[in-house]
Design a binder for this molecule. Structure first.
Ligand code: ZN
Length: 257
């Protein structure tokens, strides 16, 4: 069984002081590739340097909406340069977060639109963070040219899923799929096209059952796979095959044979 953790923050120095340990543990659990995601320029640069250091790591670079108040259009040339790196497979995580108020909505929209233009310019797929803002984000995307989008840690309604599917979107599934209380999420997941679902940990956050409450790590994407397999009525093995081939279709082959 070969899994891909499509979204983790091994670039978080406090959570992962020794990255090699987390990588080795994940590999031993069957995780072949991990995508390290940036949230601002410094964390994006660290994601890229980790990808240079470890064969198993790839990177996504971009400015997260919670950091949008520090974002300036002057950051774009740096992000553009990082996007050209051969191990950078996506622009992200970018988006809108109206659940938290770390940045004003005006700053979030500005940060989003500059980076969406960069995505079109570079042709890189985009990984979105979206919280309590699906209608607003989808409205922005529906007014723009078609592009390859992944809604990371998808937690939208059936209607948001329908609009995301119409855009040709992809959907990331995390630890919450394993929670008893996530019946509504599992119902939404059942409406998604199967070839558009990937798995992720979002570590160090969102630990799956039976590790809920602990600091999450890429090795535990195995539990996310189990939870998704159950939600979709698949065997663990079939779910692993499905989500790995979906991840490679979205992000590129990442040297997986
Ligand atoms: Zn994240």
């Amino acid at each position: 069984m070969q899994l891909i953790d499509t979204h983790c923050h091994l670039n978080d120095r406090d959570a992962f002081p020794i990255v090699g340990m987390a990588v080795n543990e994940a590999m031993a659990a069957g995780v072949a590739r991990m995508i390290v995601v940036g949230v601002d320029t410094a964390s994006s640069e660290r994601a890229v340097s980790l990808a240079e250091e470890f064969t198993e790591l790839y990177a996504a670079v971009g400015w997260h909406p919670n950091h949008a108040s520090d974002y300036r259009a002057g950051e774009l040339p740096t992000i553009r340069t990082l996007l050209a790196h051969p191990k950078v497979v996506a622009l992200g995580e970018i988006g809108l977060d109206f659940y938290r108020d770390h940045a004003s909505r005006a700053d979030q929209f500005e940060c989003l639109s500059g980076q969406l233009d960069l995505a079109v310019e570079t042709g890189k797929p985009v990984v979105f963070h979206c919280r309590d803002a699906y209608d607003e984000l989808l409205t922005v995307l529906e007014s723009r040219p078609a592009h390859k989008y992944l809604f990371h840690c998808f937690a939208g309604s059936v209607d948001a899923a329908r609009r995301g599917i119409a855009l040709g979107g992809w959907f990331g599934v995390d630890g919450p799929v394993t929670y008893k209380s996530s019946g509504p999420l599992r119902d939404v997941l059942a409406t998604l096209p199967r070839d558009r679902i990937v798995i992720e940990t979002d570590s160090p956050w969102m630990a799956p059952i039976p590790y809920r409450g602990q600091r999450n790590k890429p090795a535990w994407v195995t539990e996310v796979n189990k939870g998704l397999a159950e939600a979709l009525g698949l065997s663990d093995e079939d779910c692993a095959q499905l989500t790995t081939s979906n991840a490679l279709a979205f992000f590129g082959d990442m040297g997986v044979v």
